[in-house]
Structures are given as C-alpha cells and as structure tokens.
Design a protein around this ligand. Structure first.
Ligand SMILES: CC(C)(COP(=O)(O)OP(=O)(O)OC[C@H]1O[C@@H](n2cnc3c(N)ncnc32)[C@H](O)[C@@H]1OP(=O)(O)O)[C@@H](O)C(=O)NCCC(=O)NCCS
Length: 289
C-alpha cells in the first residue's frame, strides 16, 4: 500500500468518485439512492479544486496499482477542513482510513481550528473522535415546503449575489468561524443554482441554494439567518423536496423554520469540530464546510 497525493486530473477525480460511491452505497444498502449526474459533476469538480488548492491535504491510498481509499482536506486561514474521506468496503477496518487521516492531518498542523461533517458510519465517528474532534450530533430537515407558511416574507431585503460580493462573504465567515471560504466560492458560484445575500445596516449574511438543498448559510445574527433560510426555501422549485442538513442543537432557529414550513426532522451524522463551537447563525455545506 502506498499513499500519494491526489492529482488535479480527470483520472484521480474519477477514482475518488468511484471509491466514494462504493463506500457510501455500502453504508446504506438497499436505499437505492444513487448520486445524480449533477452531484457527480460537482464531486469531480470539487476533487480537482481541492487537489489544485491543497495538494498536500489530498491523499490517495493505492494497492497493487488500484486506488482503494482517499482523504481530501484543505486549509483555509487557520481552519483545517476535512472535506471527504472513504475507503473501498473490502479494504475497510484495516487501518487505511487512519493512515489517510494522519497524512491529511499533517496538512492541518498549526491550524487551531478544524471542521468536518461526519457520516452515519460508526467507524468514521470513532476515527474522528480519536483524532481529537468534538462530535455534535446533527439533524436534517427534508420534504416538500408548505408554501402557506411562507406568506409573510419579512421586511429585510434579500437579493441575488455574485462574485462581486466575495469580500462580504469572507467577512461574515471570518466573524463566525474565524476563516473565510476564499477560493471555495469560485467552485460554489460555478456549480450551485444561486447565491442569496443580505446586507443591511444591522448586519450581513449569505446562503447558497442548489435545487432543493440549502448548501451553506452564514449570517451575523439569527434574525438574518432566519430571513435567508426562509427565502432560500421559498425559492426551492415547485415539486422539488427541500433539504437542510448538519443542524446541531445550536441551530434551533433553523429547526423552527423547517418545522414551520412542514419539513420532516430526523437525526443523522455529526458535525465534528476542534478549537471552536458550532457557530450559531451558520449552516455548513457538506463538503466545503
Ligand atoms: C470511515 C472510513 C473512511 C474509515 O476507513 P477504515 O479504513 O475503515 O478505517 P480504519 O480501519 O483506519 O479505522 C476504523 C476504526 O473504526 C473501528 N470500527 C470499524 N467498524 C466499526 C463499527 N461498526 N463500530 C465502531 N467502530 C468500528 C475500527 O475498529 C477502527 O478503530 P481502531 O483503529 O481504533 O481499532 C471508512 O470506513 C469508510 O469509507 N466508510 C464509509 C464512508 C464514510 O462514512 N466516510 C466518512 C465520511 S465522514
């Protein structure tokens, strides 16, 4: 078994996609849920993005010439982000995940803070707790939006955002989690349906929406966060299910918005943090935190 850096190449991005598909479908056998074409395209682009920005944080485990596991991680202004890790089912439980995580974590050395979202795999929870992360159990909201609950849209203006708002987005993130997303916005702007921005004298915030999913939300107050979430859910296309993930108990404001709009609440996975508590007016994106 050798470990080598993930290259910014179509072949390595495809290897990561295949390992990930095999590992996650084994985690929920019989779910019949396959990644959509759009999700696959985003995943390929994200792997190449991270391999390009953080080659020392992205590692592939290779056995007899065949990739069998990977870890993708990034440093953003003093926060180490573990984006995704997976090992082919037949190679799991043999220490490959630990080797990959240890190597990726070297890239995060010197970072006072760390963030990752954790799947329902008990092996993942064990691995990350042993790496010093605090595990916050998370909830997920999903289902059709009850539009009768959306009649009062509030008086805070929300408008579409673009690359011209990057300074605002970075400022909000620095205040909430001590680090901007920086270059990751290029990827999100290119792939997600829309960016919504609030910028008032009382504070600022933003969120991304992709089809029914609210991907990332950050605001300088709970009031603005509620306004953004309601607006994003109002814009979920008719007939599409909404999804809001990775809510800890600190995000009760979001739980309440979801329940008010008829979404179903379930518990699922963890948010794993080191050196910070869950920022309150913040919903992480799955892979870029
Ligand atoms: C999580 C994952 C990457 C770990 O890789 P791996 O090669 O299996 O990891 P390791 O063998 O190094 O370590 C697994 C640890 O979990 C333990 N473990 C395995 N199955 C377990 C279970 N059902 N319950 C509790 N612990 C378990 C192992 O004993 C080992 O702990 P130890 O080293 O202290 O003995 C891999 O299992 C995987 O791909 N899972 C599916 C995808 C996924 O959930 N990825 C994580 C996304 S956040």
């Amino acid at each position: 078994m050798i470990l080598r850096q993930v290259r910014d190449s179509p072949a390595d991005a495809e290897a990561v996609r295949e390992i990930s598909a095999a590992a996650f479908s084994a985690l929920t056998p019989g779910s019949g849920r396959l990644p959509t074409e759009r999700e696959n395209i985003f995943q390929l682009a994200r792997t190449r993005h991270l391999a390009g920005t953080d080659p020392q944080g992205c590692w592939l485990a290779v056995q007899d010439g065949q990739p069998v596991g990977f870890a993708l991680s990034a440093r953003r202004e003093g926060v180490w982000i573990l984006s995704l890790t997976a090992v082919l089912p037949q190679y799991q439980g043999k220490g490959v995940g630990r080797l990959l995580l240890d190597r990726a974590a070297e890239h995060g050395r010197g970072c006072l803070r760390g963030m990752m979202t954790v799947s329902i795999d008990p092996a993942a929870a064990r691995r990350y707790r042993k790496a010093g992360f605090t595990l916050y159990p998370t909830m997920r909201l999903s289902g059709p939006v009850d539009r009768s609950g959306l009649l009062d849209s509030g008086d805070i203006p929300v408008h579409p955002g673009n690359a011209g708002h990057l300074h605002l987005l970075d400022s909000v993130d620095r205040r909430l989690r001590g680090a901007a997303h920086g270059v990751d916005h290029e990827l999100m702007l290119a792939h997600y349906d829309e960016l919504l921005v609030v910028d008032t004298l009382a504070g600022s915030g933003y969120c991304y929406r992709d089809a029914g999913t609210v991907k990332l939300l950050a605001a300088t107050s709970k009031r603005l966060a509620v306004r953004l979430l309601r607006e994003a859910l109002a814009r979920v296309p008719e007939g599409a299910d909404a999804k809001v993930e990775w809510l800890t108990a600190e995000q009760e404001w979001a739980v309440d918005v979801g329940l008010e709009l008829g979404l179903t609440l379930e518990n699922r996975g963890y948010l794993a943090l080191r050196g910070l508590r869950p920022p309150v007016a913040y919903l992480p994106s799955g892979g870029l935190l």
